[in-house]
Design a protein around this ligand. Structure first.
Ligand SMILES: Nc1ncnc2c1ncn2[C@@H]1O[C@H](COP(=O)(O)OP(=O)(O)OP(=O)(O)O)[C@@H](O)[C@H]1O
Ligand SMILES: [Mg+2]
Length: 316
């Protein structure tokens, strides 16, 4: 069977993550000798867009970079795998965003630094003229690195486009609070769901209350991811719990972002219900947790389908 590809426009962060480790005892407020452990592409929007593309979807990315070498590399890396980067903004005199982690000599995080200033420049003014074109995409994936006003403007102007919210972090997830009723899909981890609902989620009954509260705000499809415990999903067909799929754990980094890609890749296709989408999300999270880094480069549709076939839900 030929599965039609969806058309998904991803808004949000695309940058480099760097990890440096001190070679001697870490001294604050001093020059510390370090070695660079890695420099890898990252950003929630980028992580989701890349997996969506590797799953065969037509994908575009709208984000912002500075006029520097990092920015050029970010755009080239997306476009090399066939992501449409024509809406990536290269902002003169600005610096591409980036996360830098400094580990002490024992490998513990000594300092984490996120420069996300360029994402604050994804303003309504910069997007306004493009609106008719943006509305031509059937799906938008919006990561919470966008400014609150821009998220509100997009939600108010989505037209017939469906909008999926990627919450990014507990603090940034609050940016979706004013637009919950306009979302078509919300996927959040338990800490982000706590921010959005005020409900602390430790056990399944709390997850059920929180997810149904979010549905009650008018969101048709909601998923709360619970780390190693799995996920809960809720739609008009009911609320359910899903165990994670059997996983040979290697590096859970990016598993949450991968869940979005698997879910949206399936759900954006005609006649896919939330159960198939959750199964596909779990499969992508599991495959990513078996891989070093955030991207499964050798992804195959078969591997995802085989893994997804093992998913089982328990109605709550
Ligand atoms: N230790 C684990 N074992 C198996 N599966 C896992 C594990 N941790 C996470 N997963 C899978 O990944 C999904 C998403 O994980 P989680 O809820 O931790 O997202 P997150 O906090 O957004 O992660 P991220 O740090 O990638 O943003 C889980 O629902 C589960 O399916
Ligand atoms: Mg996450």
């Amino acid at each position: 069977m030929i599965t039609p590809s969806a058309n998904i426009l991803c808004f949000g962060a695309a940058h480099f993550d760097r990890t440096l480790q001190c070679t001697e005892h870490f001294v604050p407020a001093a020059s510390n000798p370090v070695r660079t452990l890695h420099r890898k592409p990252g950003g929630v929007g980028r992580n989701i867009a890349v997996h969506l593309r590797l799953l065969g979807n037509n994908v575009a990315m709208l984000g912002a970079v500075g006029d520097d070498g990092d920015g050029e590399q970010v755009i080239a890396a997306l476009s090399d795998i066939g992501i449409d980067t024509r809406r990536m903004m290269k902002l003169e005199g600005k610096h591409t965003a980036g996360y830098t982690a400094v580990l002490d000599e024992t490998g513990e995080l000594a300092l984490g630094m996120m420069d996300a200033e360029v994402y604050d420049l994804l303003t309504i003014d910069r997007l306004k003229a493009q609106l008719p074109n943006l509305q031509a995409w059937p799906w938008w994936l919006i990561d919470a690195n966008l400014p609150t006003e821009t998220i509100q403007w997009l939600a108010a102007n989505k037209g017939s486009t469906k909008m999926c919210a990627a919450t990014v972090s507990p603090s940034k997830s609050a940016r979706f609070k004013p637009v919950l009723g306009q979302l078509d899909v919300l996927i959040a981890n338990r800490a982000e769901a706590h921010v959005l609902t005020g409900i602390e989620i430790n056990e399944l009954p709390q997850a059920k209350i929180a997810i149904e509260l979010l549905r009650g705000k008018g969101i048709p499809e909601v998923v709360i991811t619970l780390g190693a415990k799995g996920v809960v999903s809720s739609s008009n067909s009911g609320t359910a719990f899903w165990h994670p799929l059997p996983t040979k754990l290697r590096d859970v980094n990016g598993a949450g972002d991968a869940f979005y890609s698997g879910f949206l890749s399936a759900f954006s296709k005609p006649d896919t219900d939330i159960d198939d989408a959750v199964a596909s999300g779990l499969a992508m999270a599991s495959l990513t947790a078996e891989t070093d880094g955030t991207t499964v480069w050798n992804l195959s549709q078969d591997a995802v389908a085989t893994r997804a076939a093992q998913a089982e839900k328990t109605p709550l």
